[in-house]
Structures are given as C-alpha cells and as structure tokens.
Design a protein around this ligand. Sequence first.
Ligand code: HEM
Length: 454
Amino acid sequence: MKPIPTLEAASGLRLIMRRIKAILRPVDFITDRARQYGDFYQLKLKNAPPTVMTSNPQAIENIFTASTDKFEVGRGNKMLTFLVGDNSLLLLDGKEHKNRRRLLMPPFHGESLQKCSDQIVAITNKVIADWQPNKAFTVRPVMQEITLRVMLSVVFGIDSGTRYDRLRELLTALLDIFNTPLSSSFMFFSFLQKDWGKFSPWGRFLLLKQEIRQLIYAEIAERRELLASGTSGLRDIFSLLLLAKDENGEGMTDEELHDELITLLFAGHETTASALAWLFYWIHYLPEVQDKLRFELDSVGENPDYKTINNLTYLDAIVSETLRIYPIVAGAFGRILTQPISVMGYDLEPKTWLMVSIYSLHHREDLYPDPEQFKPERFLQKTYSPYEYIPFGGGNRRCIGSALALLEMKLVTTTVLSRFQLDLTSNHPLFPVRRGLTLAPPSSFKMRIKNKLA
Ligand code: HEM
C-alpha cells in the first residue's frame, strides 16, 4: 500500500494557536497549509481518526462519485446542531437523506425559479426604494435584507405581517452574533457556549433562538389548521413539507419541520448575501468589468425576462469568478468513511475523515493561472469540470439551493445596476474574513450611491 504523506498534528498550546489562526486568519491558514503540504495529505491528531485533506481534482472526483453508502456526513455536521437542530437535512444520511432531498429539491429548480425570480426583483426594488445619491451604505446589511426576505418568501410563502417582521428581526440579530471572526469562536470552542445571561453572547443566542422557535411553531400550528380545513392553496416549501408523507404514511413532526425550515433559512440567505457583497465589490473595484457588464446588459434592451438574464454569458462568468476567487464555504462537508475506499491509489480506512478544500482547489495555479486575479474571462475560455470548480460542493451533498443562489446573484445585480450607479468608498483591496462557518467580505465594507439612473 502506498503511504499517504502525513502531517503529525500539533498538540497542547500549538494546537490551540493553530485553531486560533484558522479562525482569525482563515485564508492565510488554508494557503500556508496547501503551500507546505500539497494537495493530498493526511493529518494525524492524537486520539482522533485520521483526516485526509485534499484539493486534487482527481481525488475530488473519486470522493464525489463514490457510492454514497461509503460515507456518513451527518455525524460530521453534528457541530451545527446548536443552530439547525437534530432533524435537519445537514444531519441526515442514507435513505432518510435521499428522501428529504427529493422533497426539497424541486422548489429550488426548473420552472419554480420563475416564480422566485419575480419575488427577487420585487424585493430588491423594495429594499433600494429609498436610496438617494451621495449616500454611503454598508453593503452586508442591504444584501442580507434582500436574501433573507427572498428566503422567507420562497420558503414560507409570506412577505408581510407582524410574525414575518419579527422573524426577520430575530434571524438577523441571531446571525449578527457571529459577524466578527472573534465571535465566530463560539462555534469552534464548546467551552465558550455558556449561558451567562442575556448580555453574554451565548445567552443572547439562546434567547433569540427560543423566540424564533416559538414563532415558527405558531406558524406551523396555523398552517396545519389551514391545511386541515382545506382553505390553504399555498404552494410554498413550507406547505410541501407539511403535506409530505413517508412510506408509512407518516407526516413530519413539528420538530422536524422546524429544523428543516431553519436550515433552509440559514443555509440560503447568509451564503447568498456574502456572495452578492463580493459581486458588488468586484464589479466596482474593477471598472472595466462593470463596463463590459453594462454593455452586455444594454444589448438585451429594457425589462429582459429572468431567462435572458440567467443566460447572459459575461454576467455568468462574473458570478462564477466571484464564487471561485473567494468561495463562501471554504471546504465541503466532511465525509466520514464507513467502508474502505481507494482515492488516487491510496487505500483509506473506515473512520477516516475526508475534507475537500474548495478554497485551495479554486486557487490552483495549474487550473487557474494568476489565481489571485479576478478574471471572469477564464470562464469564457474554458469549461471546468465538477471536480475542478466546486463552489457548491458535489456528489450527493451538493448544495440544493445553487440554482436559486446563482439566479438571485444575477437578478439582484442587474436590478440595482439598472437603477443606480454606485462606487466604492475606499479603493483598498478587501480580503475574506471568517463569518461563522463561512468566509465573507469584512462587515465594514461600504459603498456610495453616485447617481440614480431610473
Ligand atoms: C452562494 C450561495 C451558496 C453557497 C456558496 C452554498 C454552498 C454550499 C456548500 C459548499 C454546501 C456543501 C456541499 C458539499 O459538502 O458537497 C452546501 C450545502 C447545502 N446548501 Fe448551499 N450554498 C449557497 C446557497 C444556498 C441556498 C440559497 C440554499 C437554500 C435553498 C442552500 C441550502 C443548502 C443545503 C440544504 C445544503 C445541504 C445539502 C445536503 O446536505 O444534502 N444553499 N451549500
């Protein structure tokens, strides 16, 4: 058997220092590791199963195409239970995972996106309705307001009302607890997860989570009544989940429904908000990119439909490059082997964790020459395989919201550009910082409204 290049992991204080670097300077940490140890290596921690880290396209193909019974993923995602509960898709495996995905996928794909597209444009217009020239604004809250409203509307089918407003406020407040690299530490060090009352971060998190829970349970009870009386003709995801039955004819419990709804809300809006903030940064940091985009938009005339926007080649390349250079999720979910498999000729034992580094893959010089440069053209010149370009992961865990996220990025951008000219308040380059489990532009990133166009 070929031996795998192995890195004996640090212990004690050195281990803690490494973790702190991974939390506070995630990009440096990932880049240094890839530079030092290459694209396929094993990490050995004391008293823990081996972890294989890879950013090699062939290894990624082996992992994403392996039979799904060779891995479990839910156990690896256990650290997310505090946010999404025990019944979330993220925590499921095997048949349960497959059935839940089958239920959740259709509303995020195909023709269902047409309905979403009207909502996305209407919501964007509503959020930017009061924008005035010469005003500066912080980018993240704006993008987050748009994407949260979109997710609430797509998932819950509601976009107004006291419960909706309160839910929006609470979800935003809850996620803002993780808005700095330091506060993100709660996720990684369980000893920090201590309830010291409502003024302590963890205490505040628990209070907000409890109130969100009560609101969602109240909404579930109301929907169940409506469905029982036959008065609900709702076709949103919430109603689909309420109506779904397993093979024994059993519907989902309130707890299962709550956990799935929370999963979609969190997974769907945080990520897309960061992606949109980067997209706005790049098209304003590089004026030539914006010029080409505006030229492409002019070529389709006024009020193009969502399919036309979705098919614009340069816009598509900008979106792809945005998610390449600074992927929002730096690594795919850990895959824990349940059976031996061979990856790139190495025999891997059960219990091994397989970690795919999206960031390092996207920064490979052999695939992406000048990887630190933002060059949408690379996506016009070459088609990347699903093992070379993976902002949404892959295999049976590939993101279920990818089509919606891409469409949202395109529609929000084109809606804003058609009505305003913006610029950056500073020309200093931005680099990703940790935001919870994701990488995002710094929360201080600001832009200015230059002109109103329409
Ligand atoms: C730019 C935006 C987004 C990015 C970059 C992103 C990225 C990802 C990644 C990397 C994964 C893990 C895949 C793997 O391990 O192979 C994932 C999973 C997932 N994403 Fe997204 N995502 C985005 C938007 C969304 C949206 C809009 C939704 C809501 C519909 C969503 C829902 C999910 C869910 C439910 C999973 C778990 C899938 C499973 O376990 O089977 N994501 N996403």
